[in-house]
Each structure stands twice: as structure tokens, then as C-alpha cells.
Design a protein. Sequence first.
Length: 145
Amino acid sequence: MRGRNDGERLRAEGNTDGSRGPSGAGGERLGADELGAALGERATLVQFSSAFCAPCRATRRVLGEVAAMVPGVAHVEIDAEAHLDLVRRVRLVKTPTVLVLDADGRVVRRAAGQPRTADVIAALGEAVGGPESGRAGTSRSSGPA
């Protein structure tokens, strides 16, 4: 079942052979310098938006609420039009697009369109390695770059 506005579920990033690692689509890393904001201590929700994107506003609200609920998770919103090199690098096709990064900045999930809160929370579970990871921190939200 899809979320509102035909958003796709947050899907896992992986290599073409199904493995995870530094080659292929999976394992891509994004750092604070590229994002213009610090990574979350446990995970980072990266949202690519554009100025006249109505679903981007709803996505901002959902991701902001989830980041506020989960310790150590940051929400970073990036203006796609102002960061075209990064947009090309992550193969962005439409806005909003959400990338879920683990603590090291590795892309573990992605979705285009407005995500459902439950899907974001489930994706974060994978990114942080579950409750046994034990790394606590503070939630941060960063406005458009």
C-alpha cells in the first residue's frame, strides 16, 4: 500500500548482487560537508525538496516529528535546485526524495514522494541497528540549505 501522493516505501539500498557495501548503489556515503549540516548521532533523515513542492511541506513535518521522537536522529532538508551536483550524485528524480543515513552517513534506505510515518520509523530501525545500539543523542532539525 502506498502513502499519500504516490510516495514509494522507503526501500533498501544495495548492490546489484544484493549485497551491501561500498560498491554500486548501496554503501554510498554522505558527509556533513555535503549536507551542510551535522549528521545525527544515530541516523540522519535527508530530505531533498524544491520551492513549489506541496508534498515537500508534508514530508518536512513527518520527518521533523520522527526526528524529534527518536534520540540521535537528525533531519536535514536540502534545496534540490541549489545543490544540483549532489542531486545528480544521488540520482534524484523527483522531490521530495528522502534518504535514510546510518551514523556513518551510509545511505541505507530511500524513497521518492511523501513517506508514511510508519515507513520512516521502520527504516530508522534498520539504520540505527535496533534498540541494542544504545547510542543516545539529541534530535536536530536543519532548515533548507
